[in-house]
Every structure is written in C-alpha cells, then in structure tokens.
Design a protein. Sequence first.
Length: 243
Amino acid sequence: MKFNDLARKAAKGSGPLSYGGSVHPEDLIRFSLAYGADGADEIERLCKLHGWHEDGLLEDGTRVVPLARWAVACVAYGRGGVASLQHLLTDRALATFAIAVLVEVRTETCVTMLLDYCMSTTALSDEPDDPFWRALGALNALTSFDDGLVPPQEQQTKLRDLVIETFNSATMSYQQALCLCALRGAPIEGSLEWADAQTVTDHGAMRARAAAIKSLRRRLSGSYKPPGAEQKRQIRKRRALDG
C-alpha cells in the first residue's frame, strides 16, 4: 500500500466516512507495519478527521467496525513497536486489538508477550472474543503451523504447561479444541504423551486432538526437517488460497 492510499480509502465508501470509508482493520495494521511513526501520524490524523467510531454498536443499533480502537493499537505499534502494545493488553477494551496486531508482527517477542499475558490473566467469560481466548488463539496461529515461529524450548515448555492447565479448567468444547490445537506449538517432551492420554467427546475437539497427535509425532520424529524460508512462503500461500 502506498502512503496516500490509506487516505483515499478513508475518503470513499457508501456510508458516512465515520464508518471508515473503505478502510479495513487489516489496512491499518499493514500501514502501521510498513510506515512506522509516519504511518501512526497518518492513521491518527484520519481517525480525527473522519471521526471513526470507538464502539461497534451505535445508539441507533447500527453495527460498525470500531476503527478508532484499531487505530489506537496501530498507532501504538507504529510509534513504539511491540513494547508499546504491552500496556494495551491491560485494558480489556483494547486488548483484543493489540493481540491482532501482535499476530501480524510475527516475532518471537510477540510470542513471549502473548505467553506472559495468558499466564498472568484469566478468561472472564466463555465467549471466544474474551481477550484470554483471543491471546491463546494468537499463540496457536503463530506457532502451530509448519510455517510458524519456533520459540526456544523454555517458551515451548511454558506453552505446553499453559495449554494443559487451561484444558483442565475448560468448560466449553471449543476451548478444549483450541488448547489441543495450540499444543502443536510445543513439540517437546510430555506434549505428545499428554495429548494421547486425553479423552474428548466433541467432534471438533476430537479432530483437534487427532491433528495435534499427528503434528507432534511428525515434529518429534528423528527424520523431521523444518521447512526452509521458501517452503514456508509456499505453505502460507497455499493456506491463504484455501482460506
């Protein structure tokens, strides 16, 4: 995206420009990653200029994208990097937006921050949008796939322990499935044995358990070779097409 493209997208759309024009959250994240502090200034300018909304539900019942909150997270990253997102995680109104940016930044520091966040907080609801479940989902997205990040063993141990503790207290089948999926990011001693010993009855959790066991066995085998940079690029490309 060229620098002026964001302003053009913000200035066109079928609804009021306070709805964001044709800007999507993904546009703000990419813009922040590409242009840093200058991008942050531009996002902040457009947010004020068009009066983007903070709440996703307006008084008349209209649902809109809360672009102002997306802007806060993207501005924070643009000006201060990953470290500036940490304080946003303490605000439940902004945590999910910060988590979404961390997923796109895709660095080992992001994994560390998300792990620390999950280990220092608890879910306040069973809704998938609760920041805790979003953060665990982000860890799954960052580490579980063949093209994902490979944290050092200490972090993998923390992830394994987090998954086991969370699974044991899970009250919903989707939470069990998410835990089993996230376990793939910790192909270390104890992970496979634990997954193999679990009994689940929900079909989604059963599929997640089977996928976790298959992935862990493959990664723990002596013949496993992690994909190189080009292979990872092809994996991401195929997944994007499938999605």
